[in-house]
Ligand binder design. Structure first.
Ligand SMILES: NC(=O)C1=CN([C@@H]2O[C@H](COP(=O)(O)OP(=O)(O)OC[C@H]3O[C@@H](n4cnc5c(N)ncnc54)[C@H](OP(=O)(O)O)[C@@H]3O)[C@@H](O)[C@H]2O)C=CC1
Ligand SMILES: N[C@@H](C[C@H]1CC(C(=O)O)=NO1)C(=O)O
Length: 327
């Protein structure tokens, strides 16, 4: 085919972002959107894009080159990832740090068996930040690595808030400690606990009849997402939510602070400033969808991460064109 045929599994913030990102990449084409909800209630940006029930997805195995999984990491991907790897080469943004190796194993078996590539944990963190942490530690062997996010809206933590019984709408903002950032930028290489680096603020609209104290306790004690942080939960009404919490900016940076030779201080900093967290993440998913397609075309199969993907595979440019950008 003269285009890479892409489909979206799960149409939320990320799914919408992938649709927009595909429109910016002429070598790729959106075949359709798959959703667990009633197709009539799912409205793509482009009304011509077909929406299919998730229950029919297997029948499209020969019509789709890459399936981009846009479900939530907490509850959707652990089930959808291994299931869909049986039928498609997939890319996802799985971001539950504590279970990353379990998920890798759960993808690898079905992908190897089916001869598909399952490229996991693509985005910015995990994803581009992961690469920059790895580069930093490989190049500056002696030093410390720091990741800071925000102030901004975490999709993963917001989706985790939305997964709590009694929550009708929810978002989570991550706030970095300015003091911690200053100490790191001064090259102090401080020891910082998870709790010393960020605080988390949630804004929730409750379902009618839900108990606020129960919802707050469930959120602040949630393993992997909130238990290791100081977290505030604010309860607001629908109109406040719509007025103040519709944008999804975010950003952050990775710093590798080290020394070389006889004590020369060295510092690497990679930073992102995101007007839309989901649209940026979706743009990374689409670039890596191109790479996953190429890996599958080469006959590779099994689970992969961004560490396994040569950067050139991401580019729509041919290798000779790309080489001109070496310097
Ligand atoms: N690696 C990274 O850097 C990043 C990773 N992420 C990950 O992406 C995941 C998805 O984020 P995001 O797209 O914001 O999550 P959403 O909550 O918007 O969507 C998750 C799923 O929920 C369903 N859904 C969407 N809207 C509705 C609705 N109105 N009512 C009921 N169900 C709905 C969709 O599935 P269906 O259509 O089948 O109903 C969708 O796939 C996050 O959990 C996070 O883990 C996000 C950003 C960065
Ligand atoms: N995976 C994150 C992307 C970044 C944002 C983040 C945080 O604010 O805790 N951690 O990683 C997301 O879902 O937005």
């Amino acid at each position: 085919a003269d285009h890479i045929r892409v489909a979206i599994a799960g149409y939320g913030n990320l799914g919408r972002g992938v649709e927009a990102a595909l429109a910016q990449n002429p070598d790729m084409r959106l075949v359709g959107v798959f959703s667990r909800r009633d197709s009539a209630s799912v409205t793509p940006l482009d009304s011509q894009v077909p929406v299919y029930p998730m229950s029919e997805i297997e029948t499209f195995a020969d019509d789709i080159d890459v399936m981009v999984l846009c479900g939530g990491s907490k509850t959707d991907l652990p089930e959808q990832g291994p299931y869909l790897a049986q039928f498609f080469t997939t890319v996802d943004s799985f971001d539950t740090h504590a279970t990353v190796n379990d998920y890798h194993a759960a993808l690898d078996t079905p992908a190897r068996k089916a001869g598909t590539v399952a490229l996991m944990s693509v985005g910015w963190d995990p994803g581009l930040f992961s690469l920059n942490r790895a580069f930093g530690e490989a190049v500056l062997a002696e030093g410390e690595t720091y990741s800071f996010w925000g102030k901004g809206l975490s999709q993963g933590h917001s989706q985790a808030v939305r997964s709590v019984d009694g929550v009708k709408k929810g978002v989570q903002y991550t706030l970095p400690s300015e003091d911690a950032i200053a100490r790191v930028r001064r090259g102090e290489q401080p020891e910082l606990s998870t709790r010393e680096k960020h605080v988390r603020e949630c804004y929730v609209v409750l379902e009618d009849g839900a108990d606020a104290d129960t919802v707050r306790d469930t959120i602040v004690n949630m393993p992997h997402y909130f238990a290791d942080y100081d977290t505030e939960v604010h309860f607001i009404d629908d109109e406040t939510f719509a007025r103040d919490h519709s944008a999804m900016p975010h950003g952050g940076f990775v710093i590798r602070s080290g020394v070389t030779g006889d004590g020369n201080k060295q510092s690497i900093e990679y930073s992102l400033a995101l007007g839309s967290n989901p649209e940026f993440t979706a743009s990374a998913l689409v670039a890596y969808a191109r790479a996953a397609y190429r890996l599958a075309q080469r006959g590779e199969s099994g689970a992969r991460t961004v560490f396994d993907v040569a950067p050139g595979l991401l580019s729509p440019k041919d290798p000779a064109q790309l080489r001109k950008e070496l310097l």
